[in-house]
Design a protein around this ligand. Structure first.
Ligand SMILES: [Zn+2]
Length: 254
């Protein structure tokens, strides 16, 4: 289903004039459970969760639809529980529960947290393929030294010179481990292909968003072809120059 049809369909379901509001919201919650394996929770063990708003259910559904089946299929076997904390501030994922701090009126916060924390969840549910199979390959460049993950562009350090790919980040680079690297890279991928420049912090906002993929093509191709496994007619599918595509593919195969 294309995203416009999905949005129309959701909005029809969720229009309070057609049915009691709680009944239509309940239907949207069932859809999230049955199609994406996502349980929209309105109670958490500590009693901090609040109920969901219509706009939040719409953006959650749309985002899962676009991220696609490679991303959400594992949740159908082991459900992912998502809840909104009445307390604002960030998001966290652990043990099949994804917390979103109160986003207030800015539903984009919820969307951005789903991209990042949902990536942690999807990577874990699939047995951490980024860590177990990919992150040490050329172009991704993670190494384990004395039990610690290291990378030439680690947070707070000047990048070591060398033949490796980078994201044009400042010293606040959050990629301190492969899991963080992937969660941030998926976020950058989505924001760049959707031209959502305002959310590309801490990247250089003066450059076009797709600039990311000139300096880190292997990450781009990894997200597109291995993590999200996007079909080539997907609205987020972008192709790099043939020589760059070939180099990234060779890195990921190596
Ligand atoms: Zn994270």
């Amino acid at each position: 289903m294309c995203i416009k049809l999905l949005r129309d369909w959701l909005n029809r379901w969720l229009t309070p004039s057609q049915a009691p509001a709680d009944a239509t919201l309940a239907r949207a919650v069932e859809y999230l459970r049955d199609v994406y394996g996502v349980r929209v929770m309105e109670n958490d063990p500590k009693g901090r969760a609040r109920s969901w708003r219509r706009s939040e259910l719409v953006i959650l559904t749309e985002t899962l639809h676009l991220l696609g089946p490679a991303f959400y299929k594992p949740f159908l076997d082991t459900p992912l529980h998502i809840w909104i904390d009445r307390k604002p501030g960030g998001g966290t994922y652990g043990n099949h529960w994804l917390r979103i701090g109160e986003p207030g009126r800015d539903v984009s916060i919820l969307y951005r947290i789903i991209l990042h924390e949902g990536t942690h969840a999807s990577n874990e549910y699939r047995g951490w393929p980024y860590e177990t199979r990919f992150c040490t390959k050329p172009g991704l460049d993670w190494r384990k030294v004395g039990g610690e993950w290291v990378h030439p562009r680690q947070q707070g350090k000047l990048p070591e010179p060398g033949d490796w790919e980078t994201l044009p980040v400042d010293a606040r680079d959050v990629s301190t481990s492969p899991a963080e690297d992937l969660a941030e890279t998926v976020r950058y991928f989505v924001h760049s292909v959707r031209d959502e420049r305002e959310w590309l912090w801490p990247l250089d906002k003066s450059r076009p968003p797709i600039h990311l993929w000139d300096t880190s093509p292997t990450r781009f191709v990894y997200v597109r072809d291995h993590f999200l496994v996007l079909p080539d007619d997907h609205p987020w599918y972008k192709r790099l120059a043939p020589a760059v595509e070939a180099r990234a593919a060779a890195n990921l195969a190596g």
